[in-house]
Structure formats: C-alpha cells, structure tokens
Ligand binder design. Sequence first.
Ligand code: SAH
Ligand code: DHB
Ligand code: MG
Length: 224
Amino acid sequence: MSTNPTHWTKVDNYFTDLLTPADPVLTAALQDSEAAGLPAINVAPNQGKLLHLLAQLQGAHRILEIGTLGGYSTIWLARALPADGHLLTLEYSPKHAEVAAANLTRAGLDKITEIRTGPALDSLATLHAESPAPFDLVFIDADKANNPHYVEWSLKLTRPGSLIIVDNVVRGGEVTNPKSDDPSIRGTRAALELIASHPKLDGTAVQTVGTKGYDGFALARVLD
Ligand code: SAH
Ligand code: DHB
Ligand code: MG
C-alpha cells in the first residue's frame, strides 16, 4: 500500500498501457487541446474507459455531458453509443467548443454529437423547454459551484434507471470541510447532500488516485 503519488502514477501507467492501449484519435485530441492552450483537466484514460464501460452497461442511447473542454471524455462516452445514439455536451467557452468540435469530427463522432456553447445553466433551461427524450446517462464535469443545480437539472432530463456521474468530488480531501468558503467545495458538498437526501436518487462516491492526482467521483441512479 502506498500514499506516494509516484506510485499512483506508476500503477496508472501500468493499467493504462495494458487496458487502454494507444489510440491515435484520443492522443491527437489531447495534443490539439494542449496546443490550443486548454488546461489538462480531462479525465485520465482509465477513467475515460470507465465512463465508456458505464455508458455501455447502461445501454445508453442518449448521453448528456456538462463540461466539454476539448472533448476527450466526450469521445470516450460517444464511442459507447449505438449508430443512432446521441450525445449532447455543454460548454461555456467558445474556444474549448471549437477545439472539441474538431476533435469529435476527427473521431468520426460529429454526426452523433452536438456541442452547445454558453453557460450550462442557460443551455439546460433551453434544453428542458424543448422537452427532449430522457437522457440515459449524465456526466457532470463543469464549474463545481453549480453542481447541485446540475444534479437538479439532470433529474428533470432523465428517467428512472438513468445514471448521473459527478466528477471531482474529492479535490484533495477538502470536500470534508463543512466550513470551506471555496464555491467549488460548497457546490460539490451540496451535490453530494442532494444525492444523499433526494427520494429519487440512490448514490455513492468513490475516491480515486492516479495520473490526475487524488480526487473522486459520485454515481447516482435515478429511482422511480
Ligand atoms: N469533461 C472534460 C473536462 C471538462 S473541464 C474531460 O474530462 O475531458 C470543465 C469544463 O467546463 C471546461 O471546459 C470549462 O470551460 C467548462 N465550464 C466551466 N463553467 C461552465 C459553465 N458555467 N457552463 C458550461 N461549461 C462550463
Ligand atoms: C479541474 C476540473 C476538472 O473537471 C478536473 O477533472 C480536474 C480539475 C479544475 O478545475 O481544476
Ligand atoms: Mg473533471
């Protein structure tokens, strides 16, 4: 057992080399994101693969992602969809959305994915007004301060049996601080409390270590 980040990275690299072999499309997505100056805050490869497997296990036809960045997690998720599936991803930054659009096109996923640019709270209100078919999976990975709102919107846009995933719920352990005045921590704590208390949600949270440091994610299933 080790609490040494060097060991986390070594083990992550071992898992990743073995289980998520080099993929030119994903590598190019990260390279072009970096070249465009986007921060390297995408999920790790083995986390992307986990999202992919969860979407497949879910039998997802429709996926909603909040927080696109350069589309790295988007590619993992969209690759789990059938040919007639659809993934909608919401991104505040036009620059990030532009990089993501090119990455999704190179991945051959532009026909089944849509990027909407703007503050996600606005996009979610617009989306809800369109009465879309329910989403089978929601991946929440944008501004953490709005996490409780994103969980609330997810409830309105899903069905019983849908899966809601919230990224970055640990943030180095600060999530346990009830007095934190960091809006990201407050938002994450509020989202976890909502998952814990909402009659239509059944969830858990898991800590992770690896190439992206020490963090974690929450999973919640939408109930009847
Ligand atoms: N899911 C991506 C990482 C997303 S990083 C991956 O794992 O590959 C978080 C993204 O959320 C950034 O691109 C940021 O611009 C975006 N974001 C921040 N605030 C937002 C908001 N209010 N609405 C929509 N997107 C937002
Ligand atoms: C940050 C955001 C993320 O979504 C992530 O996975 C890691 C870090 C951040 O804002 O620092
Ligand atoms: Mg994240």
